[in-house]
Write a protein that binds this ligand. Structure first.
Ligand code: 3HC
Length: 386
């Protein structure tokens, strides 16, 4: 993979071995790249390599890979603590450290002073402004957002987000890289808070918490309705626990600080974060779990029938509509992103059509009258054309 001004990509360094970092390292190794996975402590890397082994074993179990192939992939990933050693010879750096601008500043300063001139930079940030991050580095034209979805091993979407100075050849390289690792890229045309999918997902977690209070509904009632009536693969509390309340909280803070209109924060998310009840990985978040392994919540169609999820649909559709109205993506790209990044089994706007766009707008107007302008319906919904 090369272009006149860009080197071909052979060696990839992934910074940060958490949920996203280890998954990105795995999919890159599966595509044949030599991968270095870097973290600040050996114990983090040991845990990450254990998770990669678990995931590859699952794929062998499901006959998606042979044992031999899985072993070969595993051997292509080299866990490294030393930053200089980790960056030596890297063609592409993918940064996946926690979502905190101060931390990113420190990381990019360290990266810049240790990386080769040729190394291209990509950030797996879920919410931070790409242009601002690119400006922290010595190579803003060779910096791009590459936003994978959890679990990177299974979710086919990557959002590609150029900053204001990103070279168009870098965009081409990123799109090609995504395809090479078996993913489908969607271009996010504007560097907005939450990009495409998180603009819909993160506010929805807060809204689900409000629905519990306002409608006196249980988590499993709401989650069952989200799964069986809004065609999500998981309930929204279930998905928040799966994603991690640390990730949700940090994304909330960043998105809200960039644009207070994008989110109506519910205090429960911050509280869970402060209590270190981070979801599946700590054994407790909204729900409680038996261990820290992959586990699903029992949601049923019977429970789904007892809760009307119109308000949740309305909030999701309103944020989605904002993206289309503001030229961040087309309606087709939006639906593609939601299908591939969140596993929606039916198009979101098809669900709006099913529930009745007038009912969706009515729900938003009622919420706006009680709780303020966050809920004001977007013109795209008000002037619904189907
Ligand atoms: N590697 C390999 N296999 C894995 C895996 C992994 N990392 N994680 C789970 N699996 C396996 C499971 O163990 C299960 O295997 P089993 O059949 O042996 O039990 C199998 O995959 C399928 O799992 P499920 O039976 O639970 O079935 P689903 O059909 O629901 O698929 C899912 C699981 C793909 C996770 C699906 O539920 C889904 O799409 N959920 C939504 C996820 C989502 O929305 N992600 C995006 C969150 S937002 C984000 O990441 C952005 C960030 O910036 C916040």
């Amino acid at each position: 993979m090369s272009s006149p001004s860009f080197p071909s990509i052979n060696k990839i360094t992934v910074l940060g071995s958490g949920v996203m970092g280890h998954g990105i390292a795995q999919v890159s190794a599966m595509a044949g790249y030599q991968v270095v996975l870097r973290d600040i402590e050996q114990s983090f890397l040991d845990k990450a390599m254990e998770k990669i082994r678990w995931s590859l074993n699952k794929m062998v179990e499901k006959q998606k890979l042979t044992q031999e192939k899985a072993d070969e992939i595993f051997s292509r990933i080299k866990p490294v603590v030393d930053i200089k050693q980790a960056l030596a010879g890297a063609d592409l750096l993918i940064e996946a450290v926690p979502e905190d601008m101060n931390l990113k500043k420190k990381v990019y300063a360290e990266v810049d002073s240790n990386s080769d001139q040729k190394t291209l930079y990509a950030s797996n940030t879920s919410t931070l402004p790409i242009t601002e991050m690119a400006a922290l580095t010595s190579r803003p034209t060779r910096f791009i957002g590459l936003h994978f979805f959890n679990p990177p091993q299974l979710m086919p979407l990557v959002e590609v987000i150029p900053g204001s100075k990103t070279d168009p050849a870098m965009v081409d390289m990123a799109m090609e890289f995504c395809r090479k690792v078996g993913k489908q890229p969607v271009l996010c045309k504007k560097d907005v808070a939450g990009f495409i999918v998180n603009r819909v997902f993160i506010p929805l977690v807060h809204e689900a918490a409000y629905c519990m209070d306002r409608d006196n509904a249980s988590m499993t009632q709401i989650d069952s309705a989200v799964k069986f009536r809004l065609s999500f693969p998981m309930g929204i509390f279930e998905l928040a626990d799966y994603t991690g309340l640390d990730v949700i909280h940090k994304a909330t803070v960043e998105m809200h600080s960039r644009d207070s209109k994008v989110i109506y924060p519910h205090p429960r998310i911050k509280q869970l974060f402060e209590e270190k009840n981070l979801g599946q990985k700590t054994g407790k978040g909204f729900y409680e779990y038996k261990g820290n392994k992959y586990e699903r919540i029992n949601l049923t169609e019977e429970q789904a029938a007892t809760y009307d999820p119109t308000k949740l649909l309305a909030v999701a559709a309103n944020n989605a509509a904002w993206l289309v109205t503001n030229g961040v993506c087309s309606r087709e790209e939006l639906e593609k992103a939601l299908k591939l990044g969140m596993g929606l089994k039916k198009e979101l706007f098809a669900t709006v059509q099913e529930f009745g766009p007038q009912n969706v707008v009515k729900a938003l107007r009622e919420l706006a009258a009680k709780y303020g302008s966050f809920y004001e319906p977007d013109p795209y919904l008000v002037n619904w054309r189907g």
